[in-house]
Structure formats: structure tokens, C-alpha cells
Design a protein around this ligand. Structure first.
Ligand code: PLP
Length: 433
């Protein structure tokens, strides 16, 4: 299978090149030149397959023979070594919990698969790849955890000193081995600038191989389609009208769901749920894409003003009217998010995090407007509520227990290297490692 750039359909590369490059040189995102179709038999018999087996069947079609089957099986078994259960709230509404990985957010699926895929491609060379990640919190820990102990790869996490939450900092700074946390005296934008400058610095690039691991890598997208199949498989009460609401920021999660639908998964409608950063909702309603600076909300992993995967969604459809057949979108603010956390707890005794709550809100509005009677709805829960302990505790007036994975970090020592936000200091650090 070849991958094209969303900026130029004629620019095509192999899967390996798409993964190792991340972004196309022309600034476009890589997309598979066709969306493979799964056998109807396979879809009808999903119950017979584990999430890892589903993952293998799906990934194989995207990768062809660029990774031998036994190696691909291994990658998936090591990457997806946790569950993605569907929890029924009532006979029409279920929550797809994607937070059972090591960093308690759905990004573990993509980061762990990408890490092992890159390591596979580097296996027979003595090349060492250095991954630079600027992070405002969540992405950094998923990437670090995904690459932890993976051969041939060093990871440098740049985060703004004093500007991530305590829990996030613990998750970023308690690794060892091939992961190094760099505490930058500056903002997230400064971190991003340092990384970008390093990528275009000839001296650095002649001495070390740099790569990025951000959310636009195709190897993060493919494994995110696995859990839609696995979620559908677990639906007990399957109506013709299966609705899936996806809390959305950069739209990677939603794009992976749309790809699953194109592969043959019978989902009637996706609902892209946005917080006050509603650029995507406005795009769906007006057909116009008008990016703008992001604003801070309680569901901060969705605070995106220029969602990069929109280019991929557009490449999946020929026309806006066809997009509207598959996708709806609604937007809600922080006050509504808090109310929904409370309502979900009251009604179902279920603790939902702020991102999942935005998903619940978008679904609720969709059902009210469409006046649907017969449906089965799935809300994707992207993070464990303990990751957003303060807002959830404030909303509900209860204590949220930290899961084991987080408790483990608390007892570990914080290890960082402090660097000023000047590029010369960062460059000196890189050249001396
Ligand atoms: C990253 C993230 C999102 C947004 O996902 P996209 O793929 O960027 O749309 C939603 N919720 C949580 C908890 C996240 O970490």
C-alpha cells in the first residue's frame, strides 16, 4: 500500500517512509491511497476475535507486506496489551473506555503502536533515532511511555516548567533509560519553537537523526481504528442506527473512526464533539474552515484551534454533502461540561471525565434534534477521570482515587534537566548527548 500526501495526490511513499517521515515534505499528511475493505464475514463474526486479532486483520491491510505477519502480530500484542471495554449505562447508551493503557488516555493506542513500528524498521541498522516532543502534558507522557525501553530510539520531552499539572509532571519526569525530560524555562510555544529550530538546523541534522512523534503520524492513526471494531463487537443491543460520539481536538480519533466505517463497520453516524474550540463544529455546519487561536477549557486535550486531521477527513470525501451523511457535530462550554459530569453521575452512577462529558453533551443534543427512537449510542471516553482529578472532584464533591499507574509515578523521583528557552542552550545540550 502506498501513502499519498494530502497536499499532492501524486506524491506517494511506502508505509515505512510515511512512518519514519511523519509529515510529508510538502507539509501534507500521509493517507493510504485506498481504504481497504474488510470481509463482511469478518465484520459479522467480530465476536470471535480479540482486540489484538482485530488489530492484526485491520493493520495487515494497511501495511501489506512491509512488515512480516509474525512481526506485526508481535507489535500489536506488545502495543495493545490492555483492554478497551464497552460499559453499558442503559440499553441504548454505552461508554467505550479507552483509558486502560499505561498513561490512562486513548493516545496510548497510537503511541505504543507507532513506537514498536519504528523500532521494527530500525531493527537491522545501528541507526539511533532521536525523537523530540514538545508537550503541554498528555501527548508527552503517552509518547514517552510508548517508547520506553524501545531499542534504537531516544526520546527528549520538552515541557514548560511550572505550566503542566502536578499529575502530568509526574507522568513526564519519572522515566529513565531512553527517555529524558527537559524542563524548559518558558511556555509551550517556546518548547515547540526549540523543536522546530532543531529540525531545520543543518549542523544538528548532520550529526544526529531526528524524528517527531506527533499526532499526525499515520502509525498513530491506524491502531486507533481497532477499538471502533472492538467496541461495536461488544454492543449487546445493536440497532440499525449505531451512533458514535467522539470528543475531538485534532480529529485523529474521529478520522480513525471514519476509516473504520469506510472499511465496512456499520456505524450510521459519527458525532464530533467539541468544547468551546468549535472550529470543527462550524466547519460541519457551514462547510467553511476558519481556524483561530485556541482557548483554554476543562477538556484541555481538545483545546485545538486548527485541527490538523481535517485535511485527512476532507480527503476521505468528495463533497461536503457526503460528509454530512456520515458526520454531525455539536459544541458545548465548560459550564455545560460540569453539569454533564454531575448528570452522568446522578443518572448512571458513572464518573466521566471532562472530555467524555463533552461527548455525552454532543450526543444528547443530537438525539434531541433528530428525535431518534431506535438507536444504539456509544460515547468514546478518552481519558480516566483521575487524570482530571481536580475538575471532576469539584463537580461531584467526592474523592477520586488515583489508579495504580498514577500511584506508581508519585513514589518515583522527579528527574529533569533544566534548560533556558534559548535555542543555543538547547542545541548545545543536543550536541553533547
Ligand atoms: C488528545 C485527546 C483528545 C482529542 O483527540 P484528537 O484525536 O486530537 O481529536 C480527546 N481527549 C483526550 C483525553 C485526549 O488526550
Amino acid at each position: 500500500m502506498n501513502y499519498y500526501s494530502t497536499n499532492n495526490k501524486n506524491l506517494k511513499v511506502s508505509f515505512r517512509e510515511a512512518v519514519m517521515k511523519g509529515l510529508s515534505p510538502d507539509g501534507g499528511l500521509f493517507m493510504p491511497e485506498l481504504i481497504p475493505q474488510l470481509d463482511a464475514d469478518f465484520i459479522n463474526n467480530l465476536n470471535n476475535y480479540s482486540i489484538q486479532e482485530i488489530g492484526f486483520e485491520v493493520a495487515k491491510l494497511f501495511i501489506d507486506n512491509e512488515i512480516p505477519d509474525p512481526d506485526l502480530e508481535n507489535i500489536i500484542e506488545n502495543a495493545i496489551n490492555f483492554d478497551a471495554p464497552l460499559v453499558e449505562l442503559d440499553n441504548k447508551l454505552s461508554i467505550l473506555e479507552l483509558f486502560h493503557g499505561p498513561t490512562l488516555a486513548f493516545k496510548d493506542f497510537g503511541a505504543r503502536f507507532m513506537a514498536r513500528t519504528m523500532s521494527h524498521f530500525l531493527k537491522d541498522s545501528d541507526e539511533v533515532v532521536n525523537i523530540l516532543v514538545a508537550t503541554s502534558g498528555d501527548t508527552g507522557s503517552a509518547v514517552a511511555s510508548g517508547f520506553y525501553g524501545v531499542e534504537g530510539i531516544n526520546v527528549y520531552l520538552l515541557y514548560p516548567s511550572g505550566k503542566v499539572s502536578d499529575i502530568q509532571e509526574m507522568q513526564l519526569t519519572t522515566f529513565d533509560k531512553n527517555i529524558t525530560a527537559l524542563e524548559i524555562e518558558g511556555t509551550f510555544d517556546d518548547c515547540q519553537k526549540l523543536v522546530k529550530s532543531a529540525f531545520v538546523d543543518n549542523e544538528i541534522n548532520s550529526k544526529m537523526k531526528l524524528s517527531s512523534a506527533n499526532s499526525i503520524n499515520i502509525a498513530r492513526l491506524i491502531p486507533q481504528s481497532f477499538y471502533y471494531f472492538n467496541g461495536y463487537k461488544q454492543l449487546k443491543n445493536r440497532s440499525e442506527n449505531v451512533l458514535v460520539s467522539v470528543p475531538s481536538g485534532n480529529l485523529g480519533n474521529l478520522t480513525a473512526g471514519l476509516m473504520a466505517k469506510k472499511m465496512g463497520l456499520p456505524i450510521a453516524k459519527f458525532i464530533g464533539a467539541t468544547n468551546s474550540n468549535s472550529v470543527f463544529t462550524e466547519f460541519i455546519r457551514s462547510g467553511k474552515y476558519e481556524p483561530r487561536p485556541s482557548v483554554k477549557t476543562l477538556s484541555n486535550a481538545m483545546d485545538v484551534g486548527a485541527p490538523s486531521n481535517l485535511a485527512r477527513i476532507q480527503s476521505l470525501y468528495t463533497d461536503h454533502s457526503i460528509i454530512l451523511k456520515d458526520i454531525a457535530s455539536n459544541t458545548h462550554n465548560d459550564d455545560q461540561t460540569i453539569e454533564m459530569i454531575q448528570q452522568t453521575y446522578r443518572k448512571y452512577n458513572y464518573i466521566i471525565d471532562p472530555h467524555g462529558a463533552v461527548g455525552m453533551l454532543a450526543l444528547e443534543q443530537y438525539l434531541a434534534e433528530e428525535k431518534l427512537e431506535d438507536y444504539s449510542a456509544i460515547v468514546v471516553e478518552t481519558a480516566h477521570p483521575a487524570k482530571f482529578k481536580e475538575s471532576v472532584e469539584d463537580a461531584l464533591g467526592i474523592d477520586i482515587k488515583l489508579p495504580e499507574a498514577l500511584q506508581k509515578c508519585i513514589s518515583k523521583e522527579k528527574k529533569t534537566i533544566k534548560i533556558s528557552n534559548s535555542y543555543s542552550a538547547f542545541k548545545e545540550f543536543l550536541l553533547n548527548t
